[in-house]
Ligand binder design. Structure first.
Ligand code: CTP
Ligand code: MG
Length: 225
């Protein structure tokens, strides 16, 4: 089974207030995206990687291909995350069977979670990593902010990336037109009525979103976490 990874890194990083795209922000002197690329490079089950980067910074993403031999293509992304994934899909090797989609903003992935994800994809056509939520989550009414519902915590998991799919399913999911923003790929498969298996990710696998996350990431990297 040929497996390729699409690493989406074409977001603006607005909530981080950074001048460079989030994926190129340096952490201990290394661009954020390099941490994930290193894990995929070393994983024997991964055959190739496609980077979807911000159009104005493509040369910096291309520069990374010097250190990571599995990176086969660097393409520019689109307006929404799902548009960027679509750009990545077009650049996959034609004989790819399994596609993992990963946010460059999650640089704390590890080999074990990729193993768990790939094992799940042997029995399921779609699977994602995630973690059980630690907090009590409320659903509110948009205007009034009044709580409408408290879903049972035991059934709530936070979705992370990587998310894995047999290629045909992912292509089909992305081919459908949708208006609502899709913050991950699983949601597109769910909307088609497809089954998506959840497997354990890790609580370290945080998404760098706001400046506080950079502070936290530095502490985790320093082993203080
Ligand atoms: N992403 C992308 N193309 C987009 C939007 C997002 O490739 N048009 C990627 C981001 O680079 C990131 C991942 O999707 O790796 C998750 O998105 P998010 O955390 O929202 O990152 P940004 O969109 O960059 O941040 P912000 O929403 O604060 O602008
Ligand atoms: Mg975003």
């Amino acid at each position: 089974m040929k497996t390729e990874v699409i690493v989406v890194a074409a977001g603006a990083g607005k909530r981080l207030n950074s001048k460079v795209p989030k994926a190129l922000v340096l952490l201990k002197g290394k661009p954020l995206i390099a941490y994930s690329l290193k894990i995929f490079e070393a994983h024997p089950g991964i055959d190739g990687v496609v980077i979807v980067g911000t159009s104005g910074f493509l040369s910096q993403f291309i520069h990374l291909t010097r250190s990571f031999k599995k990176v086969r293509a660097v393409v520019s992304g689109g307006v929404r995350r799902s548009d960027s994934v679509k750009c990545g899909l077009k650049a996959l090797a034609p004989d790819t069977d399994i596609v993992l989609v990963h946010d460059a903003a999650r640089h704390f992935i590890d080999r074990a979670m990729i193993d768990r994800l790939m094992a799940a994809l042997k029995k399921n056509r779609s699977a994602i990593v995630g973690v059980p939520v630690k907090c009590t989550v409320k659903r509110i009414e948009r205007k009034s902010l009044v709580i409408k519902e408290t879903p049972s915590r035991d059934l709530l998991w936070e979705a992370q990336t990587p998310q894995g799919f047999h290629k045909d399913i992912l292509l089909k999911a992305h081919a459908r037109k949708f208006k609502e923003e899709a913050t991950d790929d699983a949601i597109l498969v769910e909307r088609m009525g497809g089954k998506v298996k959840m497997v354990m990710g890790s609580y370290r696998n945080i998404k760098i979103t706001t400046p506080e996350d950079i502070i936290l990431a530095k502490q985790l990297l320093a082993g203080k976490g």
